[in-house]
Ligand binder design. Structure first.
Ligand code: ZN
Length: 235
C-alpha cells in the first residue's frame, strides 16, 4: 500500500477517533445527568419527609387541643353536679371525678407544651431546609441545562463528522476500507499505528524481524500479526 493511501486512511481514522471521543463524552453526559437528577430527587424527598413530620406534629397539636376542650367540658359538668349533690358519698365521688379531669387537663397541657416546642424547632429547620434545597436544586438544574447544551452540540458535531467521514471514505481503497471497517468494530483504539523501536504501538508486541525489515525497506504498510492493526514505519 502506498503512503498516500495510508494518509487517506489516517484521515479516516482521525475522524473516527473524534467521533468515538464524542460518543464517550455523550455516555458520560448521560450518566452525569442521571446523577444530578438523583440528587435533585433526594433533596426533594428530604424536604418532603420534613414537611410530613411537621404535618404530623400539627395534627398531634390539634388532637391535644381537642382533648383539652373535651376534658374542660367534662370538668364544667362535674362542677355543676357538685353543686347539686346532696349525699356525702356521692359528693366525694364527684369530687374525685373533678380531680381526675383536672389532672388530665394538666397532663395534656404538658403534652401540648412539648409538641409546641417541637413544632417551632421543626418549623425553623423546615424553612431552612426548604430554602437550602431550593437553592441547591436550582444549581443542579442549571448543571443539567449545561449538560443538555453540551449534548446538543456534541450531537451536531457528530452529524458533521459523519458527513466528513463519508467524504474522506471516498478516497480510501475499497478493499482497505472494508478491512478497516471490520477491524474498527472490534478495536476501539487506533487501527493504523506506527512502529516504534520495532514494537507495534497498538498492542505493544514486538513485530517479527521479517516484517520489520520489509516495513523499512519497502516503506510498506503491513498488518501486525498479533492485533491485526495496520502498521507502518514512516510515512
Ligand atoms: Zn499489534
Amino acid at each position: 500500500m502506498d503512503p498516500e493511501k495510508v494518509k487517506d486512511l489516517l484521515k479516516l481514522q482521525d475522524v473516527d477517533q473524534e467521533i468515538l471521543r464524542i460518543k464517550r463524552r455523550l455516555n458520560r453526559i448521560a450518566k452525569e445527568r442521571k446523577d444530578l437528577e438523583t440528587r435533585i430527587r433526594e433533596l426533594e424527598e428530604e424536604v418532603e419527609a420534613f414537611r410530613n413530620l411537621y404535618k404530623e406534629l400539627t395534627n398531634r397539636r390539634k388532637e391535644i387541643k381537642e382533648a383539652i376542650k373535651e376534658e374542660e367540658e367534662k370538668l364544667k359538668l362535674t362542677e355543676k353536679r357538685l353543686m347539686m349533690v346532696r349525699k356525702d358519698a356521692e359528693y366525694k365521688a364527684v369530687l374525685r371525678e373533678k380531680a381526675k379531669h383536672e389532672d388530665n387537663i394538666l397532663k395534656l397541657m404538658v403534652d401540648l407544651d412539648e409538641v409546641e416546642k417541637e413544632i417551632s424547632k421543626v418549623e425553623e429547620e423546615l424553612s431552612e431546609k426548604e430554602s437550602h434545597a431550593q437553592k441547591r436544586i436550582e444549581e443542579l438544574k442549571e448543571e443539567i441545562e449545561d449538560l443538555n447544551t453540551e449534548e446538543r452540540d456534541a450531537l451536531l458535531k457528530i452529524e458533521e463528522l459523519q458527513k466528513r467521514r463519508e467524504e474522506v471514505k471516498k478516497d480510501v481503497d475499497g478493499s482497505i476500507l472494508s478491512l478497516y471497517e471490520e477491524l474498527k468494530d472490534k478495536l476501539e483504539a487506533k487501527l493504523v499505528v506506527q512502529i516504534e523501536e520495532g514494537i507495534c504501538s497498538g498492542c505493544g508486541m514486538k513485530v517479527p524481524d521479517v516484517i520489520f525489515s520489509k516495513l523499512i525497506k519497502e516503506n510498506s504498510i503491513e498488518r501486525c500479526p498479533n492485533c491485526g492493526r495496520y502498521i507502518f514505519y514512516k510515512l
